[in-house]
Design a protein around this ligand. Structure first.
Ligand code: FMN
Length: 341
């Protein structure tokens, strides 16, 4: 089905195609999703998902189609990034397909309708997480994360603090000195009974930054790290005419760097903090490699642009076969096996 629609979608601007896709998806009746193979059941951070294949933030920024995405075979879904106040984002065009590279560049800049408008569409569901961020013109960015955590703490199964968008000037600075303060403020806003907090980091980190983030994550009561967001790097291998657009690069060219950063975090953290792998995951082999490198689960977005929304279910089936082939009784048994000395 997607194969037939793809040429028509690719004739449109990527953002127009995305909005059409969202409106078509929102008309689908919400379904509970295909029954997953028990070998794929995934538990970490107090959460339980039928498969470790998740929808990454940014696809459903305003929480319009998450039920449908779960119905299409995603094991879990993260909506957002939502900011306290609505925000238009950067001038268009601001999303580019790099077809020859199976990649995407976006400089959307947290376009979203704001937390308050999205709240009625966010219902407590064990497989739904909410990703929060700061407004571009905010005078106090930490206060924006606190507002986000407070707004959704009663209806998110987990909350992701996104400090790694490259499209809000200065935002990635929160990965540095201010990180302990941000994590403490978010933990306080979450309260004793609140959902687990995840932190989403960039792939563009050096060893010292990785060390500092790992230390801050362990010191606060963070429940998981998402590794990673899009990259500012432009690998020399890129062939598409859009390669020089500014913004965050995702998809196939992000696969190797995101895997490398995930491994770096796993080496520092061992099994002390669950990791979620994201960046260039497009197949069961990719998901399996990320799990073997230390990810308890994975998330994807860009590969769906090229492969359609049925991709999550296909990856899940393939992953179950790979786990069984190698004699693993569960996803958890395979997490980090490539990193053992
Ligand atoms: C068009 C687009 C918009 C995105 N928006 C967000 C966002 O709002 N918040 C966020 O945390 N990540 C966002 N991301 C990053 C993805 O969640 C993901 O971390 C990244 O794209 C790497 O995964 P992928 O290669 O499978 O796309 C966006 C990615 C794309 C392509």
């Amino acid at each position: 089905m997607f194969g037939l629609l793809r040429p028509a979608l690719f004739a449109l601007q990527p953002e127009t195609a995305h909005n059409l896709t969202l409106s078509a998806l929102s008309r689908l009746p919400p379904a509970s999703g295909p029954a997953a193979d028990p070998v794929l059941e995934t538990k970490f951070a107090g959460l339980a998902f039928p498969t470790p294949i998740g929808l990454a933030a940014g696809f459903d920024k305003d929480a319009r189609v998450w039920r449908q995405m779960l119905g299409l075979g995603f094991g879990f879904a993260e909506v957002g990034t939502l900011t306290p106040r609505p925000q238009a984002g950067n001038p268009k065009p601001r999303v580019f397909r790099l077809v020859e590279d199976r990649a995407v560049i976006n400089r959307l800049g947290f376009n979203n309708g704001g937390l308050e408008a999205a709240l009625p569409r966010i219902r407590l569901h064990p497989r739904l997480g909410v990703n929060v961020g700061a407004n571009k013109d905010s005078a106090d960015r930490i206060a924006d994360y606190v507002a986000g955590v407070r707004a959704v703490r009663d209806r998110a199964a987990w909350i992701t603090l996104n400090i790694s968008s490259p499209n809000t000037p200065g935002l990635r600075g929160l990965q540095g000195e201010a990180l302990p303060e941000l994590l403490a403020a978010a933990a306080q806003a979450r309260g004793e009974q609140g959902p687990p907090l995840f932190l989403k980091v960039a792939p563009d980190l050096d060893d010292a930054q990785i060390d500092a983030i790992a230390e801050a994550a362990l010191a606060s009561r963070l429940a998981a790290l998402i590794v990673s967001n899009t990259t500012l790097a432009r690998p020399e291998t890129l062939r598409s005419p859009h390669a020089c657009e500014s913004g965050g690069l995702s998809g196939e060219p992000l696969k190797a760097p995101a895997l490398a950063v995930l491994k770096a975090f796993r080496r520092r953290l061992g099994a002390r903090l669950p990791l979620i792998g994201a960046g260039g995951i497009a197949s069961a082999d990719d998901a399996y490699a990320r799990i073997r490198a230390g990810a308890s689960a994975v998330q994807l977005y860009s590969a769906m642009v090229y492969e359609g929304p049925g991709l999550a279910a296909r990856i899940a089936t393939g992953l179950a076969a790979l786990l069984r082939r190698d004699g693993f009784a569960s996803v958890a048994d395979a997490v980090g096996v490539d990193m053992r000395a």
